[in-house]
Each structure stands twice: as structure tokens, then as C-alpha cells.
Ligand binder design. Structure first.
Ligand code: PLP
Length: 401
């Protein structure tokens, strides 16, 4: 059979981690104990009270049927989301019109693209950026314009790079702060500048915000909905995945502009049938229940962050100490591409990191490390890096030779 894939699948960029995957398998076949710092997926368990809520709800036959109020999520879940947004961000949400339950924020990004982008519409995606935005825009047939996130601007989008000319052409702008992969954070005045630009140019803005609860050293992460006028143009995705260690459960939420929330619900009505009621009850337990798991996670990630930053600096990778997310975004020495660097690092130490080019051209020159691995494994990974410090320092010269 000829390649059966639709054009939209063939338009996706080649899978840049393939080389690392291949090397990982080779190393494992040689008996090397590979430690992957490649994936952002909390290693700590979901808190017990959330699991208990699932178990109880899963035992009730009424929850075995299609989810209640399927396209928007259960009203009780939407009320919990509204309560949480009120407590956390001081943002008042109408649970009936401004909230929809999601199968994780990744689903929201994808369905937003289908909901607002016609073929040929311009979607603006920061570079570097979470790869799912690009895939979602391509699936919708959009024309993608990448705008740079520059290190000299602390990876905060420069509003001058948007401009009104691009604004007039664009339909959708993706933002994600706190940012994966760069770990950058922004404040409400930043969102206000973007919202003013978007209102002037009639552009939809999304802030994908699943790391809102993962911030250190007293840094406060805002919602885009705190910005004046945001509800005219903006939608935000958040998720229970990261704060409550629930990546596998697949539950999150879209909040904000009514038309956008309604459009996503309309796509969902015709695509999936929503989130298992029992998982939504667990979500309610997470949002309404004790929040101490978040503080406990933060303490663990902060400790790991400091270990990783200090170790990387000692082997010559001068990364900033992240203010948020559970990643490190480390500049690599000049002279090596990020895929090649990650490959050499794996050969030398058995440690896997993600090449920055996987997030866009502007990610070249960086690698991303995840802190979501158990303490002992992370400590072992850092020990191996320290032991290989001389070889690591010599890497670019080796490449040139
Ligand atoms: C920026 C960003 N958005 C969305 C997701 C997906 O999150 P969820 O589990 O809520 O779908 C991730 C996961 O790594 C992410 O980094």
C-alpha cells in the first residue's frame, strides 16, 4: 500500500527525537542503565484523597454511562473550576458559559485549533514552543508563523515582533507562560499588552497554563484572564496533570471567552464524549480538597532544580535557575547541534536530555532536562555528569576534530 497517511500527517515535522530514541535503545542493548530526563511527567503519586474519590465514584452505576452534560463537563466540576479560579487568580467565571472540562490541556489546544482556524488562516506560534501547538495548527490546515522567544528578553515574547501588520493577518496567537521549554514567566502587564494588540487586530489569544502551580521562590503566576479586556479575545487552558500528579488521568479545563469556550464544546460534542464522570469527581476532590500536595511537590522540585542547576553549571552549562515549571533549559557550548550534543551526552553518561531543536529553530543551542524523575535517579544522573565533566568540556573540540 502507498503511504496511507493524509497530507496533514505528512506535513508534520520529522520526529526529531528519533535519533535519541535509537541511541537510547542501542545503549540499553549494551546493558547501559539509561536515565531519561527527557519527559515532563510527575514521578510522585496522585494524592490519596483524589484516588479515593475516583474509587467511590467508579463504583456507582450512574457514572458508567456517558458523561453528564457531555460536551461541557459535569456542572459540579465546572463549579469547582470556577471556585478554584476565583481563589487562585481572583478571576470570576460563570460555570455555565465560561468553563469546559477537557481531556487534559493538550486536548484543548488541539480542539481550539479545529474550532477557530480555517485552512490558510494564520496561526502565530512562539519559537521555541511546545510541539503540540504546531501539530494542532497543521491539522487545522493553518499557515504557521513562528515568532522568536529570545534569551536576551528572558524568553518573553516581544510585542514588537507581533506588530499590527501580522495582527491583521492572524487568527490565533498561542502563548504559554510559565513556558515549556524555556521556563520563562510573565506578569499581568505583559498579558495586558498582548490583549490590547489582540483586541485591536481581532485575534484570538490562548494562554496554555498547565504549569501555573509550579513556581518557586515566591514567584506568583497569573492567569491571562486577570488582564483587562482579556475576556473579549482570550481563552486559557489549565490542567490537573501537573499540580496534582495526574497526567495519566486526562483532565483539565478551558476557561474564558464564551464564544471560544462554546466553540470548543461544539467540537467536543462532535468528537469525544467528554471525561469519565468518575474522573471528574476525582477532579472536584483535587480542586476543592487539601492543596498540600502542591506545596510538597514544589519543595521536591525546588530541591531537584537546585541540584541540577548547580551540577550543570559545574560542568560548564550556564543555565538560569528556573522560576517555574519542572524543567531546566540549558545552553550548550557552541560548535555542536542540540541533537548531536544530546547524543554525545547519552554516549558519555547514559543520561537522556531533549534537544532544543525539537521545540523550533530558536531552540537550537539548548537542551531541556526534566526534574520529574525520582530523587535517587536524578542524583545518579548528576553524579554521572560530574564524573564526565572533562569529556563534556571537550565536546565541541571533539566535534570540530
Ligand atoms: C505546555 C504544555 N501544554 C500542555 C501539556 C499537556 O498537558 P495535559 O496533561 O494537561 O494534556 C504539556 C505537557 O507536558 C505542556 O508542557
Amino acid at each position: 500500500m502507498n503511504d496511507p497517511r493524509a497530507e496533514r500527517l505528512r506535513r508534520l515535522p520529522p520526529y526529531l527525537y528519533m535519533e535519541i530514541r535509537r541511541k537510547t535503545r542501542e545503549a540499553q542493548a549494551r546493558g547501559i542503565d539509561v536515565i531519561s530526563l527527557g519527559v515532563g511527567d510527575p514521578d510522585r503519586p496522585t494524592p490519596d484523597h483524589i484516588i479515593s474519590a475516583l474509587v467511590e465514584a467508579a463504583g456507582k452505576p450512574e457514572n458508567h454511562r456517558y458523561p453528564t452534560d457531555e460536551e461541557k463537563g459535569m456542572r459540579a466540576f465546572r463549579e469547582s473550576v470556577a471556585g478554584w479560579y476565583g481563589r487562585r487568580f481572583g478571576v470570576d467565571l460563570d460555570p455555565d458559559g465560561e468553563v469546559v472540562a477537557l481531556i487534559g490541556s493538550k486536548e484543548g489546544n488541539h480542539h481550539l485549533a479545529l474550532a477557530v482556524l480555517d485552512p490558510g488562516d494564520v496561526a502565530i506560534i512562539p519559537d521555541p514552543g511546545y510541539p503540540a501547538y504546531l501539530a494542532s495548527a497543521i491539522f487545522a490546515g493553518a499557515e504557521v508563523v513562528r515568532v522568536p522567544l529570545r534569551p536576551e528578553n528572558d524568553f518573553v515574547l516581544d510585542i514588537n515582533d507581533l506588530g499590527d501588520e501580522l495582527g491583521r493577518r492572524a487568527r490565533l496567537l498561542w502563548l504559554s507562560y510559565p513556558n515549556n521549554p524555556t521556563t520563562a514567566v510573565v506578569d499581568v502587564p505583559f498579558f495586558e499588552r498582548v490583549v490590547a494588540w489582540a483586541r485591536r487586530n481581532d485575534v484570538v489569544v490562548v494562554n496554555d497554563n498547565p504549569y501555573s502551580e509550579i513556581a518557586f521562590d515566591g514567584v506568583r503566576i497569573p492567569s491571562i484572564l486577570e488582564a483587562d479586556g482579556a475576556r473579549d479575545v482570550a481563552i486559557e487552558f489549565n490542567s490537573l496533570s501537573k499540580p496534582y500528579n495526574m497526567t495519566g488521568w486526562r483532565i483539565g479545563m478551558a476557561v474564558g471567552n464564551r464564544e471560544l469556550v462554546g466553540a470548543i464544546a461544539q467540537v467536543k460534542e462532535n468528537t469525544d464524549s467528554g471525561v469519565f464522570n468518575a474522573v471528574q469527581y476525582a477532579g472536584i476532590a483535587a480542586l476543592d480538597g487539601p492543596q498540600d500536595a502542591i506545596a510538597a511537590n514544589l519543595e521536591v522540585y525546588r530541591r531537584r532544580r537546585d541540584l541540577v542547576v548547580d551540577t550543570l553549571r559545574s560542568v560548564g552549562l550556564a543555565l538560569d535557575r528556573p522560576k517555574a515549571t519542572f524543567y531546566g533549559w540549558a545552553p550548550i557550548p557552541p560548535g555542536l547541534g542540540s541533537i548531536e550534543y544530546a547524543g554525545r551526552l547519552l554516549d558519555l553518561t547514559g543520561v537522556v536530555v531533549t534537544p532544543g531543536i525539537g521545540y523550533g529553530q530558536m531552540g537550537e543551542g539548548y537542551v531541556r532536562l526534566s526534574l520529574s524523575v525520582p530523587d535517587a535517579r536524578l542524583a545518579e544522573a548528576m553524579d554521572r555528569l560530574s564524573s564526565a565533566r572533562h569529556e563534556l568540556a571537550a565536546l565541541p573540540a571533539t566535534a570540530a576534530g
